[in-house]
Design a protein around this ligand. Sequence first.
Ligand code: SAM
Ligand code: SF4
Length: 453
Amino acid sequence: MEHFEYPQLDKFQNASYIQPIEEFFKTDPQLLSPSSALYVHIPFCPRFCAFCNFYKVIYKNDGTANDYVDCLCREVDYYADRLPDNYLNLEGIHLGGGSPSCLDSALIKQLVDKIRSRFNLGSDHLISMECHVDNLQDADYIKRLADIGINRLSFGVQTFIPETRKRYGLSEIDRVYRAIENIKQSGIKNFNTDLMYNFPGQTPKDVIHDFEELFCLGANCVELNAMGIMPNSNIYRQMQNDNMLLEFQSNIDTFIEMYEYIESRDDIHLVMANTISKTPQPPNVCNSFQLGGNKVNGGAILGIGASSRGFVDGYVYKNYVNIHEYMDKVKAANNGVALQRTVDMAERYARMMVMFPMFRHVMKKDIDFNYTQKGMLDKLVEQGLIYEDDEKYYLGKAMSFYSGNLSLNFVTRTQKDKMMMYMYNSMRNNLNAYNQDDMQMSKQAGLRPAPFR
Ligand SMILES: C[S@@+](CC[C@H](N)C(=O)[O-])C[C@H]1O[C@@H](n2cnc3c(N)ncnc32)[C@H](O)[C@@H]1O
Ligand code: SF4
């Protein structure tokens, strides 16, 4: 289960009446979150990686990106015109993707200036942007991003193993070194890199080597993503043909060794279940708000752009995934919303508990036992899967590896039933079973990884 997607919005089960956000505020004026963060999805990539089945399009210099940014700006206006004042105080902005770095810096500036003109954002607040390593080869581009106010960059390294990089369509490793050099010169001090584990043939020691290397190079955080192979995708079919699926699924557990290693080190800290750093620090605010801030009213996340999702108190919405459907909707209604629903208190508390393993702890004072089974927590403590002290329930370091499994214990019965229908309907309709994004890869040529044997 993808944490960001809980509770799920299903295009087959929730495609009923769309209640605009202002109606929600009229009917439920009980505004509880203290502040908000903004997530902007920018689905362009310079090229596709063979394992990635998230929604994205190849960037072309044909004006689509300009149209897209105009639509994002219209959505900024839409929410700024309607949201109550406390939600206009942004704690941070995250430009995610895809690879927002495909965009010319002038377009990034247009967008950031627009957000600043309509929302309140302190000068020291986070403005974070995801990048593709190929777009980080030009030092001047990164300096221009710094001038716009971008103060955190994140990009995917995935692995240092040259053959694996080649097989999955990743750039030459020299580009990673050049990108990091350029980031350092730009004056942006905060950069995150993503690694993936469980590539065929990769060992836990390879991943340990990779994050040690990234820390040596100055990465502030490293995100460790378990490779997900979605049913129906090209890579799934390729693995099926190569009789690799079973091996792939059973190999995953060996990577606990990586977490045991992290546990043995006093100088590597788990910021979130899948994010490590050499400096103890709170999780980045956008990421935290997307997961509910570890409280039932921990912060609202506003989402704009194709496939974005927002969660504002008891109101959740998801935008159209396809970039053209999204832009058509924005041009007609100034927002890209495709699905929405209200979320009652029971589900909101369930959400907090589902997300808690990602934060690695939850404060007892924030739990409402009218909604959360104490028996479940006691059982997990008894089994040694989580611990408790006077103030909180918390995970041991190595249990972070199983955070997804722990989360499942807190999914409500109704949600579990819905999730089964969601998966069934998604797979029947050739959609990504985790987030219903268009699988896409199957329609693109040249994306299959080479056979494994
Ligand atoms: C959506 S990408 C955005 C970053 C940027 N486009 C890049 O690739 O450098 C964020 C991260 O998702 C992770 N990711 C992509 N496909 C994945 C998959 N199939 N399973 C697990 N993680 C994946 C990768 O670590 C990637 O860096
Ligand atoms: S991993 Fe990043 S660069 Fe690769 S296809 Fe996915 S979004 Fe694009």
